[in-house]
Design a protein around this ligand. Structure first.
Ligand code: NDP
Length: 403
């Protein structure tokens, strides 16, 4: 029985709060804190309606370490689940260090003034977490998160050496809006408009944003044009699986989405450089975020499904083999169960389950900072289907559109 403090009351925070409330045998007390307390209260009211459970709410500025420390000392959680924005990762880790409380997040730290996705800042906390005797679990959403668990499961049960890894992420949903992002627009657009990057033969290869694409066939969906992006789990996976010769990440985008994004980029609306407007400094991308629909509001009319998985090639018992493991998730299922949409759901369920694994002692690597693939994948794979994200696998399939 444990106490958790969830920080961040957006689309993902909503799913984590609901899913924790649905597992009372582990999450005995739940507190939800965020910058705008009314959003926490709205989620708490929904959770009460759906599960009958009370969750406590608090206001906190998670950029402010003393405020976080005061909140943690007040709540006294066993674990902090950080589902605020990547900018808050380091202040929340600092507060966890000061209070000696374990930490879990779903996205790597990113400085606000630079779209740079790297684990280096968080990995630098390794010694401090060890000394404090606490654990940090990094990147426990879907991608990063489940994709790391899929890879470690494949490495444990299906391969002696993994050589090629392609993470394939399709959202074949339709929310009926001309342009909207499925998670925080600022973070999402920063991720997509930066240069693409993949790992090949021991080094990173950089490409112009969205310049490599091809159709990929997704289970139950069919072919969708998929674009090579840099995604943060590639960094930890090539480090933890040094036999990998090439690792890439592919994501689908519809033509409408790309058309809007291109125009917005061409006119400077996706820039993170502040500009003076009527005597005031504004960041164009922050202004754009204010205009776009909240990702958490997309759920009600969202139809279709997501499909995310790992396509792996390597060697088992001296022979080449291929392996594909994936999950498909229907947006409507997320709406019906927790009043959310599929992308928030596929992030929030693994965050809850990673927390559960840790609190039950099934993920126990001792003190330090770990990416999800460093934990035992088996108990996680055993349970994730039960909590809404069942997986499927096939072996020795040809991956069409060979690379
Ligand atoms: P939202 O923008 O919907 O929610 C973010 C929440 O964090 C909001 O409630 C926001 O408050 C709060 N917040 C922002 N700044 C602060 C602050 N300084 N102090 C306290 N609270 C703050 O984002 P999502 O729910 O879509 O995403 C949450 C996280 O999940 C992000 O880090 C995102 O990158 C990650 N993610 C990970 C995925 C994965 O598969 N691994 C996939 C999708 C998302 P306010 O309401 O006041 O703005």
């Amino acid at each position: 029985m444990a106490k958790v403090l969830i920080i961040g009351a957006g689309g993902v925070g909503n799913v984590v709060a609901h899913k924790c409330a649905m597992v009372p045998e582990v999450f005995e007390e739940i507190t939800l804190a965020s910058r705008t307390v009314s959003k926490c209260e709205a989620i708490a009211a929904e959770v009460k309606k759906r599960t009958g459970r009370d969750i406590a709410t608090h206001q906190v500025d998670a950029d402010n370490v003393p405020e976080l420390v005061a909140l943690i000392n007040n709540v006294k959680p066993d674990l902090v689940i950080n589902v605020a924005l990547p900018y808050q990762d380091l202040p929340i880790m600092d507060a966890c260090l000061e209070t000696k409380v374990h930490y879990l997040d779903t996205a790597n730290y990113e400085p606000k003034d630079e779209a740079k996705f790297e684990y280096s800042w968080q990995w630098a906390y390794q010694d401090k977490f060890k000394e404090a005797g606490i654990t940090a679990i990094l990147g426990c959403g879907f991608d990063p998160g489940v994709t790391g668990v899929y890879t470690s499961y494949a490495a444990k049960h299906h391969f002696d050496e993994i050589h090629y890894l392609d993470i394939v992420d399709c959202n074949a949903g339709d929310h009926g809006k001309a342009f909207a992002t499925n998670f925080n627009p600022e973070i999402n657009i920063r991720e997509i408009t930066q240069k693409g990057k993949y790992w090949e033969d021991g080094k990173w290869v950089e490409i112009d944003a969205m310049s490599i694409h091809k159709p990929i066939d997704y289970p139950n969906i069919g072919e969708r044009e998929s674009y090579l992006l840099y995604h943060e789990e590639l960094e930890s996976l090539v480090k933890n699986y040094p036999t990998i010769k090439r690792a890439r990440f592919w994501m689908t985008f519809g033509q409408e989405y790309i058309k809007h994004l291109t125009v917005l980029q061409n006119v400077g609306m996706t820039s993170i450089e502040p500009i003076k407007f009527q005597g005031q400094d504004i960041v164009p991308l922050e202004f754009l975020k204010a205009l776009l629909p909240e990702p958490s509001s997309l759920g009600e009319n969202y139809v279709g499904e997501t499909s995310i998985g790992c396509q792996i090639k390597g060697i088992k018992d001296g022979k080449e083999k291929t392996y594909y493991v994936w999950n498909n998730c229907k947006h409507q299922h997320a709406w019906d169960e927790v009043g959310g949409q599929g992308v928030a759901y596929t992030t929030g369920v693994p965050a809850m389950l990673g927390a559960k694994m840790f609190l039950e002692g099934k993920w126990d690597n001792g003190a330090g900072v770990f990416n999800v693939e460093q934990f035992n994948p088996d108990p996680f794979m055993e349970e994730i289907g039960k909590y809404g994200l069942p997986w499927e696998e096939t072996e020795n399939v040809e991956f069409p559109h060979e690379y």
